[in-house]
Design a protein around this ligand. Structure first.
Ligand code: HEM
Ligand SMILES: *[C@@H]1O[C@H](CO)[C@@H](O)[C@H](O)[C@H]1NC(C)=O
Ligand SMILES: *[C@@H]1O[C@H](CO)[C@@H](O)[C@H](O)[C@H]1NC(C)=O
Length: 436
């Protein structure tokens, strides 16, 4: 499914939704598939596990999950067993949690008992010192720094830079058929790059972009480190990326010019003693981590927004009117878009919120019990995974690991829609993927 953009507009539907659906959840989901084959399986007899079926030995209910639509797989079990049930999918015993109250316990009130869990291959590619793999003191130190660099007060100055990126992309979409998700990814990637490194391009920027794209190709590959495999190629790119980033970090350290972006913030955190200073690879892993977290997610939401606007003409018209109102004032004053303008887009903001809710692009987050846990009258053994139910409204997660980039994500979506809706019409082009 592709999208033609032309001044007078149009758009896409059914198959399209599958393309989008498979992309981002795929990031988490496929990896999940690779990971959990061996797990401790101890079940004290006197303790009550949640209800539910563990299916066949080893394969569990994985085949059933694939045979059905994942949503109905989970909904059927929820109807039968309630809001907390056990299953065994993709090689690991899981407890599925589907009430907002229970999700809050796992993510917020008893978060220390449930650590985030990712496949080892993902950890290697992103870098083991990236914040999302950690709990405790190291995590909260980094989280504070990352949050600080994405607060509204920190990102409000980026509006015109992000607007420039939009204005560079728009002409290339004119009168052509584009793959919406791919283009949204390119856009979100460029925004992620300025968030990571600041507005001023470094000598290394182009190299970093190039290497990151090579790395990204291996994200969902089998973790088979043999010459020629996608995983091997990705790891090779990761090593080069490590070197390039370290060169940039050292250059910025030596010149005592921390520079902009998250990198500037991470380098700036060395006022105190040297002991506390983040190491080069801690910084590098977190920079790559943030680029990873920032770009597929935002691109996926944007793609859904385009689809929903295409499908709901009245809504599209209302959003267009809202943006035209702002546009005409800006043109009259002969200035660029500002942060304050973006705060006066209530309808467009609601479209974003509603898309985050309905498209639910990260339907699951995974946690692993770090010890045997007594939970709502049930027993969850150490090592079991605890995913939450899709469609509870927490698009940016909750608790210590919640998303620090939510304001930036919304901002870049608003800026794109500001320029896209008044001047472009979306035309759906259906491409038959059947034969591929
Ligand atoms: C619409 C776009 C986005 C969505 C839907 C989204 C969603 C999420 C969610 C649900 C989590 C929590 C994962 C968990 O609990 O396991 C998360 C974490 C994270 N997000 Fe986002 N995100 C988006 C954009 C961004 C952007 C633009 C950035 C860039 C700053 C970012 C950076 C991060 C980071 C660094 C974490 C890990 C936080 C931690 O482990 O403490 N995200 N995101
Ligand atoms: C990056 O390089 C440093 C120093 O050589 C090394 O300690 C670290 O493990 C490397 N990181 C990755 C992800 O390869
Ligand atoms: C796009 O198409 C319209 C109508 O077909 C035409 O008037 C316009 O010149 C085209 N623009 C570009 C940039 O090709």
């Amino acid at each position: 499914m592709q999208l033609s953009l032309s001044p007078p507009f149009a758009f896409a539907s059914s198959r399209y939704s599958q393309v989008v659906f498979l992309m981002v959840p795929g990031v988490l989901f496929c990896c999940f598939l690779l990971l959990f084959v061996f797990l401790q399986w101890h079940r004290p007899k006197d303790k009550r596990l949640p209800p539910g079926s563990m299916g066949w030995p080893y394969i569990g209910e994985t085949l059933k999950l694939y045979a059905e639509n994942p949503n109905s797989f989970f909904v059927n079990r929820q109807k039968r067993f309630g809001d907390i049930f056990k299953t065994h999918i993709l090689g690991c015993p899981c407890v599925m949690i589907s009430s907002p109250e229970a999700a809050r316990i796992v993510l917020v009130t008893r978060a220390h008992l449930f650590k985030p869990t990712y496949p080892t291959s993902k950890e290697k590619m992103i870098g083991p010192e990236a914040l999302f793999f950690h709990q405790g003191a190291y995590h909260s130190k980094l989280k504070k720094l990352v949050q600080a660099s994405f607060l509204p007060s920190a990102i409000r100055g980026s509006v015109s830079e992000i607007e420039q990126i939009v204005l560079r992309f728009l002409p290339s979409w004119k009168n052509t058929t584009i793959n919406a998700l791919q283009e949204m990814k390119r856009y979100a990637f460029d925004v992620a790059m300025i968030s990571a490194f600041g507005e001023k391009q470094d000598l290394e920027t182009e190299g970093i972009k190039h290497l990151y794209h090579s790395l990204e190709k291996g994200y969902n590959s089998m973790p088979l480190d043999l010459p020629g495999t996608p995983f091997h190629k990705a790891m090779k790119a990761r090593k080069l990326l490590n070197e390039t980033l370290r060169k940039l970090i050292q250059k910025r350290r030596q010149s005592r010019r921390q520079g902009g972006g998250l990198l500037g913030v991470l380098l700036g955190d060395n006022d105190n003693e040297k002991l506390n200073q983040l190491s080069d690879s801690q910084i590098a892993d977190n920079i790559i981590g943030v680029i990873f977290a920032a770009h597929d997610t935002t691109a996926s939401v944007l793609t859904w927004i385009l689809k929903y606007l295409h499908d709901n003409e009245d809504l599209l018209e209302a959003v267009t009117r809202e943006q035209e109102g702002i546009r005409s004032k800006i043109v009259e004053a002969n200035r660029g878009l500002t942060w304050d303008d973006t705060r006066r887009m209530p309808l467009t903001s609601r479209v974003i919120q509603e898309t985050l809710r309905t498209a639910s692009i990260l339907s699951f987050t995974f946690r692993e019990a770090v010890e045997d846990v007594e939970f709502e009258g049930y027993f969850i053994p150490r090592g079991w995974k605890v995913p939450q139910k899709p469609n509870t409204y927490m698009p940016f997660g909750n608790g210590v690991h919640s998303c620090p980039g939510s304001e930036l994500a919304k901002l870049e979506m608003l800026i794109l829609l500001h320029h896209l809706t008044p001047t472009y019409r979306l035309v759906l082009a259906l491409i038959d993927w059947g034969s591929h």
